[in-house]
Design a protein around this ligand. Structure first.
Ligand code: 5GP
Length: 191
């Protein structure tokens, strides 16, 4: 998506450890009219799918998922990071390694908000190694619901998570795919 690529080139900042900061418009301060365009694009890309729910993970996926939820006209559920809830019978539980924080989080979704009839679109801000999305897919499958697809704003293609998910038969739509980025020169190359 040209609009997102241009915004990344203008406002994105490359940090060490292959981290791209887009916190001036996507996941800290949020440029709402701008991310509305991303939500609209997800709706266009998944127009052929029946979607009953959008699932994301707190915290940084929530903004974009909510805007997408407006265009799809469905509820948005966000998986919560919690401690020690795996014994709770009322939640689906998984563990997700956080790329940016270098730790494993316990993650839960209440059984009230995902069920066997749901057709779920998973949305997140970033796709790197794929751990976050694999965890969310696990939660959907525990509910017996269907994963209709995954929509991410920025995929870092060079980290391989997207290709792994596609090889596993998951439909992944990324609005911008970065093939290369260099912190020293500040250059970003899109697929
Ligand atoms: P993965 O689980 O695919 O390795 O990483 C995806 C998760 O880590 C996303 O939910 C996102 O919050 C975070 N993440 C991964 N890479 C980046 C990055 O370059 N920039 C930012 N802002 N977040 C990232």
């Amino acid at each position: 998506m040209k609009l997102l690529e241009e915004k990344i080139l203008k406002d994105g900042v490359i940090k060490s450890g292959n981290v791209l900061k887009v916190d001036s418009f996507l996941n800290h301060q949020i440029d709402v009219p701008f991310i509305a365009e991303l939500g609209k694009e997800f709706k266009r890309l998944f127009a052929d799918q029946k979607i009953t729910k959008i699932l994301t993970i707190e915290a940084s996926g929530i903004g974009i998922a909510c805007i997408a939820g407006m265009y799809f006209g469905v509820p948005v559920v966000f998986a919560k990071k919690s401690s020690g809830s795996n014994m709770d019978k009322d939640v689906y539980f998984t563990q997700i390694y956080s790329y940016t924080h270098n730790k494993v989080n316990d993650v839960v979704v209440s059984k009230r908000f995902l069920n066997v009839e749901d057709k779920v679109l998973i949305i997140d801000d970033f796709l790197a190694n794929g751990c976050a999305l694999e965890g969310l897919i696990d939660l959907v499958r525990q509910a017996g619901a269907a994963v209709q697809g995954v929509g991410v704003a920025v995929e870092k293609g060079f980290q391989g998570g997207g290709d792994k998910l596609r090889a596993a038969g998951i439909r992944v739509e990324s609005l911008a795919i970065i093939d290369k980025m260099d912190a020293q020169s500040g250059t970003i190359q899109f697929r």
